[in-house]
Ligand binder design. Structure first.
Ligand code: SF4
Ligand code: SF4
Length: 701
């Protein structure tokens, strides 16, 4: 674990009693909160000038205190006093000038796209942050902390250290809480909830108190608060498909701030470096105060569907992923020690350009997959995405879908996390299906000892795919089912139809791209597996920088590329692992399924002929859009691409579709051909969710 920045040098001569300092910090927090409230209500030039004047005076006062502490002398005192008087006089001028314009409104005056009100808000936020930084710095030094030796780097280290210290962090958290209280009636409910969570997360800053117990538990508590917040944000997005610009900008910024914050915590734990974390606190403050000062409620603001903003969704997914990634990595450090990362054998980036690029790529993927294949990362992602799947169970109509989604959560917990990481981490690779859950490379090198378990895995999984379709893997056991089927992520399946690349993979037929990709993937898998096997029996000596070829390829496909493709949902659609042919394991099961018993059937083809909505074609998460034609022509849909998620079954307003697999096949043989009975029509709220892409609350829109 990293240590807090150690300052060295001379002690502060006049260390003040801590009680007085905390009293001062609390008063300043209250004054700043009041100023922020005033700033949020500013309308006229005069109001704006007064608020800016007060903020400038505050900054100037704390700059002076810091300056004096570094160079305490009568001369410094005199110079600082004079400087404050001069700046006060200068900044009084705008106030006097603004009086001449009476009640002229700030948003009446604009330059380019920026109104004076916008410029005022930016300046107010910048000044509040500057005041806080210098206040934290001043209080840290005044509390008797050891001053940095020399200037330049020393003062910089002190600044970074003071931003990460409790003087800054706790004062800020208090100030944020007071502001939130003062402005409780003005903020939209969702913004209020998210900024409220920000206060807690700020409070649980691990660098704040120089104690390993605090660092550990504040990291845990901060992570829990962040996970709850992320779940809330995603559910909010699911329920609100249209957002005003202010809210959508705020959400993406706060996710960015948390991405930087978790990266900062990881960097601090691993290298003892506080800079990134300190930066994240400043970004978080800027986001917070911008939201507080600028939020005027969404009344009158134009709403825009986020499903029509791929770049925005991309930013949301990327920042969320970065935050989760570093959160998992930070907890890994606590769970396994820094050696978990520092012992990864990295290849020196040297030699020819190609060699250096290959080494850099290798090192990057090793580090990346060390996190994404770690237990804590999977647990965090699992809790977050699992909560969204739980929410989806609420809306699912068919018992079969509810049960399947329950199995998705259970399978993830048991099959992806509990068994391999906590029960038998070393022996798991010898157990068919569990140990080799994703095919070649899952559990390491392909050695003779594990060959039978691997073949057994293909056999068991293939058999299940033959009887039940590839849904046993892609819609239940694969971690992707959890990652793609929660409420908000499922709503992103609209990108399958709107994105340029996603459209290439529509319909039940396999595109030319799919055929190329899947061929390449299988060629690479087989070649790597052959090398891995020959290597393990000592016939050849081929590894990739010392790593087994199969294992590395597995890490590349499932622990790296898979997440990249997930983040790219707005450009390639959901379940791109299945639609593009990127997943060798998936394509194997899809192929078996194609020749197996699984298919979708309709009870009555004529209903499809007259069906006015053709809803089944609009909801498929893998982009199968030609169900109606297939149902009308053959009464069924049998496609290698169908992974049996069943959204079409839920969406059909006539409840016409049903799953046909080994169970229906046996029923037919035992009781004759009989489709399942219809169970009433779909609730309108469910139809809105599944078809129009609007959340349940938007029924009135
Ligand atoms: S295609 Fe592969 S990664 Fe995607 S859901 Fe299926 S098995 Fe999982
Ligand atoms: S929505 Fe139902 S009735 Fe309409 S075409 Fe699809 S399966 Fe047929």
């Amino acid at each position: 674990m990293g240590a807090r920045v150690e300052w060295s040098g001379v002690s502060l001569r006049m260390a003040l009693p801590v009680g007085i300092l905390w009293g001062g910090a609390a008063s300043m927090a209250a004054v700043t909160a009041w100023l922020i409230k005033r700033a949020s209500k500013v309308v006229t030039l005069y109001d704006g000038a007064v608020v800016l004047f007060l903020l400038i005076m505050m900054v100037s006062m704390f700059v002076s205190v810091v300056d004096y502490i570094y160079a305490p002398s009568i001369t410094t005192l005199f110079v600082l006093f004079a400087a404050n008087m001069v700046s006060m006089s200068i900044f009084l001028i705008p106030i006097v000038a603004s009086l001449m314009y009476g009640g002229k409104k700030l948003d009446d005056v604009g330059i380019g796209g920026l109104t004076l009100l916008g410029a005022f808000q930016l300046a107010a936020v910048a000044l509040v942050i500057a005041a806080e930084v210098f206040m934290g710095w001043a209080f840290t030094l005044a509390s008797g902390a050891v001053l940095p030796a020399g200037s330049g780097g020393g003062a910089y280290a002190a600044l970074v250290g003071s931003i990460s210290s409790y003087w800054f962090v706790f004062t800020m958290a208090g100030e944020m809480a007071i502001t939130l209280y003062l402005l409780r009636d003005r903020l939209q409910k969702a913004v209020w909830t998210v900024v409220g969570a920000q206060v807690f997360i700020m409070l649980f800053s691990p660098t704040a108190i120089d104690s390993s117990v605090w660092a550990r538990y504040s990291t845990y508590l901060g992570s829990v608060a962040m996970i709850v917040l992320f779940i809330y944000i995603f559910e909010f997005l699911f329920m609100n498909r249209s957002l005003d610009r202010g809210t959508s900008d705020y959400l993406v910024r706060i996710l960015l701030a948390y991405g930087i914050m978790m990266a900062g915590i990881f960097s601090w734990l691993l290298f003892g470096n506080e800079e990134v974390f300190a930066l994240s606190l400043l970004v978080e403050m800027a986001v917070y105060f911008s939201a507080i000062i600028r939020d005027k409620g969404s009344g009158g603001m134009q709403l825009e569907s986020w499903q029509s903003r791929p770049l925005w969704v991309f930013a949301v997914l990327s920042f969320l992923f970065v935050a989760e990634f570093f959160m998992g990595a930070a907890i890994d450090v606590y769970a396994y020690g820094t050696a978990y990362f520092t012992s990864i054998p990295l290849v020196p980036i040297a030699g020819s350009i190609q060699g250096a690029v290959a080494a850099a790529g290798y090192d990057f993927i090793r580090y990346f997959s060390a996190v994404t294949a770690s237990a804590w990362y999977l647990i965090m992602m699992g809790i977050e995405m699992g909560a969204l799947v739980l929410f989806k169970i609420r809306y699912a109509r068919e018992l079969e879908t509810k049960v399947r989604l329950g199995m998705v959560i259970g399978a993830y917990a048991i099959y992806a996390v509990f068994l391999p990481y906590f029960v038998f981490p070393t022996t798991v690779q010898y157990i068919p299906w569990v140990g080799w859950s994703m095919g070649i490379g899952t559990a390491g090198a392909l050695a003779p000892a594990v060959a039978l378990a691997l073949l057994g895995t293909y056999f068991v999984s293939g058999l299940l795919s033959f009887f039940f379709g590839s849904r046993n893997v892609c819609s239940v056991f694969c971690t992707a089912a959890l990652m793609y089927q929660g409420t908000a992520i499922d709503a992103m399946s609209s990108f399958n139809r709107t994105s340029k690349l996603g459209r290439r993979f529509l319909t039940s037929r396999l595109s030319a791209t799919y055929k190329w990709v899947v061929s390449l993937v299988w060629f690479s898998l087989v070649a790597a597996a052959a090398l891995s096997y020959l290597n393990s029996i000592g016939l050849v000596d081929v590894t990739l920088f010392g790593t087994d070829t199969s294992f590395f390829l597995y890490s590349f496909y499932f622990s790296f590329l898979w997440y990249i493709v997930w983040i790219l949902i707005p450009f390639v659609g959901t379940y791109a692992c299945a639609t593009t042919g990127l997943c060798g394991w998936g394509s194997f099961n899809h192929l078996i399924s194609r020749f197996g018993l699984f298919r979708l059937k309709v009870k009555d083809s004529d209903t499809c002929v007259t069906c006015p909505t053709k809803d089944c074609a609009k909801v498929c998460p893998v982009g199968i859009t030609d169900q109606p034609g297939s149902f009308i022509g053959t009464g069924q849909l049998k496609s290698m691409k169908c992974i049996g998620v069943g959204d079409c079954v839920t969406a059909c307003p006539y409840q016409n579709i049903y799953f046909y697999d080994i169970r229906a096949w046996l029923r037919e043989r035992l009781h004759g051909a009989k489709p399942p009975a219809t169970r009433g029509t779909m609730l309108p709220v469910l139809r809105i969710w599944h078809v129009s892409g609007a959340g349940p609350h938007t029924e009135d829109e």
